[in-house]
Design a protein. Structure first.
Lengths: 134, 134
DNA sequence: CTTGACTCTGGACTATGGTCCAGACTGCAG
DNA sequence: CTGCAGTCTGGACCATAGTCCAGAGTCAAG
């Protein structure tokens, strides 16, 4: 271990090989060391970084966030990381609120719709069709 | 009214001209009638359809949903429309649940993070870095 | 008839996060 | 040494929902 080809690294991190190269191209991963042949070589630190990225994604961070506030060089900057997490939380809360608004609308319409009969009796169609849907 | 150019139609429906043409290209709108010059002409029904599409989008339907279950030919099929609305509700609820899971994780980490000091004392960084984050 | 606004077309481009491909080269086991 | 698996590169492509552009043609007011 700790001297991995790109295939082994990808497998251990649970990502595709192309994803590793994509991350390198997009500065999420530092350029890998190379063998004389040009083959990339990785150690434990790259594996950790890759797992770091995956966990950050699972917390709702975009790759752009990870490139920026959560970048390699900032992994030790606690204050910046906390601010990034707070900003992301605000963002997530707004998305939840928006989806809840949509859910409420759908629930209201579904409850009121008999599921058969004339289109004019279907509140879903009416809501979509009328000038002032409610 | 009821004999509109694409510009008037777009303005009344509150969308961009390019969006109207995009919808036509993608079968969300039937091919428009044409003048001898090739200019598209629209009436009230197209305006209604366009507004229908916009409202459906606001309820979380994708253009693919609108092309399918909410297509022009199905606007009168109450049972199908209700099923589509129910499926969309389920979808929205799953997205909400996922975001709530993420929100919970972020809140826990933010609350526990002092916002300064050693990186090792920052639960956000620990969660992202460690093998078994919690 | 001129002028400016409107419209036409096909195709390129945006952001996001990758995925896939061809053609060439390398590493390693037998 | 052969052969197969692994890797290299640059670039094309996916979905989503449009947006923008150039170059050409058209409509309507004055």
């Amino acid at each position: 271990m700790s001297n991995l080809g790109i295939g082994q690294l990808a497998k251990r991190a649970g990502v595709a090989i192309d994803t590793v190269r994509y991350y390198e191209r997009n500065q999420l991963l530092a350029p890998a060391g190379r063998l004389a042949s040009g083959y990339r070589r990785y150690g434990e630190s790259e594996l950790k970084r890759l797992r770091f990225i995956r966990r950050a994604e699972a917390l709702g961070f975009t790759l752009e966030d990870i490139r920026g506030p959560l970048s390699l060089s900032d992994e030790r900057n606690v204050a910046k990381v906390k601010r990034a997490a707070e900003a992301k939380l605000t963002d997530i809360e707004q998305r939840i609120a928006e989806l809840q608004r949509i859910r409420k609308g759908l629930r209201t319409l579904i409850t009121a719709c008999p599921g058969h009969g004339r289109a004019e009796a279907c509140p879903i169609l009416n809501a979509l069709t009328q000038e002032n849907p409610r």
